[in-house]
Ligand binder design. Structure first.
Ligand code: SF4
Length: 252
C-alpha cells in the first residue's frame, strides 16, 4: 500500500519514549491557527509500506532503550489504513508504536489503529467545541472526547498535550477547564503544556498561506512556568472543587 510522507526523523527524541524513528505523514483535516507545520497539509512524497518498514527496521538496534516508531503529522489518522498496515508489520517485529494525533477522526479504522498502539500522544487543543470551531476550523471536540473515552475503555496509555497561545488560552481559568477533562481518564499518564512559538512563521511566508497569528508573540518561559504551576495546583486539588469551579464558569 502507498502512503504519503511529509518527512522522517531517524533519531527523534521528542516524539515519545527513548530514541525513535518518527514518520510525519502528510495531510490534515484541521487548520489550527497555531500550526507550526503548514507544509504538512499538502500531499507529501509517496512511499510503499514494505519499503518504509524495511527502512525503519535498519534502526531497530537503537530502539533498545525503550524507543520505537512514532507516527505523527500532519494528521496520521488521515492515512489510517496505511498506518495500520505499517504498524502491523512493525508489531510483528516487536517494535513499540506511538501515534501522535489530534484525535480528529474516530471510525472503525481509527479504533483498529489505536488498538495497535503502545502509546497515544494526543492533542487537547481546546476544552470545548467552540474553541475547535474557531481556532481549528473544525468542531471535532466531541470526537476528541469520544477518543479519550475509547482509549480509557481499552486502557491504552495516553500522554496529552496542549499548546498555550498568548491571548487565546493562557489563563488559569482555561487551564482549569483542560484539567477537568484530563482528570476524568485514568489512562492519561501525562499532561503537558507546550508553548506557542513563532519558528514556523517562515513556512507560511514560503507557502504563501495567510498566518492568522502573525502578530502573536511566542509564549514567554515565565508565563509558561506560571501556568504549569497553576496546573499542578489544580490537578492536586480535590476533583470536586474543580468540577464546581467549572459549573460556576458555565453558568456565568
Ligand atoms: S492538527 Fe497539527 S498539523 Fe493539523 S493543523 Fe493542527 S497543528 Fe497543524
Amino acid at each position: 500500500m502507498q502512503g504519503y510522507i511529509a518527512k522522517y526523523e531517524s533519531f527523534a527524541t521528542m516524539e515519545g519514549p527513548g530514541i525513535r524513528f518518527a514518520v510525519f505523514l502528510s495531510g490534515c483535516n484541521l487548520r489550527c491557527v497555531c500550526c507550526h507545520n503548514p507544509d504538512s497539509w499538502r500531499q507529501g512524497n509517496p512511499v510503499d509500506s514494505e519499503d518504509l518498514v524495511r527502512q525503519i527496521l535498519r534502526y531497530k538496534p537503537y530502539f533498545r532503550s525503550g524507543g520505537g516508531v512514532t507516527f505523527s503529522g500532519g494528521e496520521p489518522l488521515m492515512q489510517t489504513d496505511f498506518v495500520i498496515e505499517v504498524s502491523r508489520m512493525l508489531k510483528a517485529e516487536g517494535i513499540h508504536i506511538v501515534l501522535d494525533t489530534a484525535c480528529s477522526l474516530l471510525e472503525t479504522g481509527q479504533k483498529e489503529l489505536y488498538d495497535l498502539c503502545d502509546l497515544v500522544i494526543a492533542d487537547l487543543k481546546f476544552p470545548d467545541a467552540e474553541g475547535y470551531e474557531r481556532y481549528c476550523k473544525n468542531g471535532v471536540f466531541d470526537t476528541v472526547i469520544k477518543t479519550f473515552e475509547y482509549l480509557d475503555m481499552k486502557q491504552i496509555p495516553v500522554w496529552v498535550r496542549t499548546v498555550i497561545i498568548p491571548g487565546i488560552n493562557d489563563t488559569k481559568e482555561m487551564i482549569a477547564r483542560y484539567a477537568a477533562i484530563i482528570k476524568k481518564y485514568s489512562t492519561i499518564q501525562k499532561y503537558e503544556l507546550k508553548p506557542f512559538h513563532t519558528m514556523g512563521f517562515s513556512k507560511y511566508e514560503q507557502l504563501g498561506i495567510e498566518n492568522p497569528l502573525a502578530d502573536t508573540a511566542a509564549l514567554s518561559p515565565d508565563r509558561l512556568g506560571q501556568l504549569k504551576q497553576d496546573l499542578n495546583e489544580i490537578m492536586n486539588k480535590n476533583p470536586n472543587q474543580v468540577r464546581s469551579f467549572l459549573v460556576n464558569k458555565r453558568q456565568g
